[in-house]
Design a protein around this ligand. Structure first.
Ligand code: 5GP
Ligand code: MG
Length: 191
């Protein structure tokens, strides 16, 4: 049953639809980076008894699921959904919370976990909204960072990879809700 063919130039799975370009980040490269990030966070928060990890749905869900299992300090997990209204199909203008977390974060150490920081409007807006709830600290961890696309000044506290301007999918990242289940991250060459 496990005879998924992979010629190493295309992601495995059922998406041989001609729209995927090269694999930008293999699942092995992602795993190595996520393990290292989990170790860094565990070291940085050693002794913290009140770390809350917030997954920004939906794109971060795969990264989040892998990352939390690499963290060795006690954590609680939460999920948030942000909706953006803007002039681009990809990125955010005005950002609104459409599904909020379930618990009070007052006094807690918080890390917001996101798939990719692009214009940075999503994360900067979520940080300012969540800061009003008086957490002890709030930081951000992103799998991918596209610093050249910033519309607002922002540097994530933790980043696994910096990428260029190409549109990428897989490992949680979608195009029109497709490709989230690819184990690798690939460029999308046809839209
Ligand atoms: P921003 O940082 O601009 O507020 O928005 C980040 C969001 O834009 C990400 O969570 C993701 O949904 C989307 N995004 C930005 N660049 C890409 C990309 O290359 N591929 C995919 N699939 N989504 C992207
Ligand atoms: Mg997103």
């Amino acid at each position: 049953m496990n005879n998924i063919s992979n010629n190493d130039s295309r992601p495995p799975g059922s998406y041989s639809d001609g729209n995927l370009g090269e694999v930008l980040l293999s699942k092995e490269a992602i795993r190595t980076a996520v393990e290292a990030l989990g170790k860094r966070i565990s070291d940085d928060y050693a002794g913290s008894r009140c770390l809350t990890l917030i997954c920004v749905l939906k794109g971060a869900v795969v990264f989040f699921s892998d990352l939390i299992r690499e963290i060795t300090v006690p954590v609680t997990i939460e999920f948030i959904t942000a909706k953006s209204y803007g002039n681009s199909s990809v990125s955010a203008g005005e950002v609104q919370i459409v599904k909020d977390i379930d618990t009070d974060i007052k006094g807690r150490d918080v890390i917001l976990i996101e798939d990719i920081s692009d214009t940075a409007r999503t994360l900067t807006s979520l940080i300012s909204k969540l800061k009003k709830r008086e957490p002890n600290s709030i930081k951000t961890a992103v799998l991918l960072d596209k610093p050249s696309r910033r519309e607002v000044s922002f540097v994530p506290d933790y980043t696994c990879f910096q990428v260029g301007n190409e549109f990428i999918v897989g490992y949680g990242l979608d195009f029109a809700e497709k490709y989230r289940n690819l184990p690798d991250i690939a460029t999308l060459i046809a839209y």
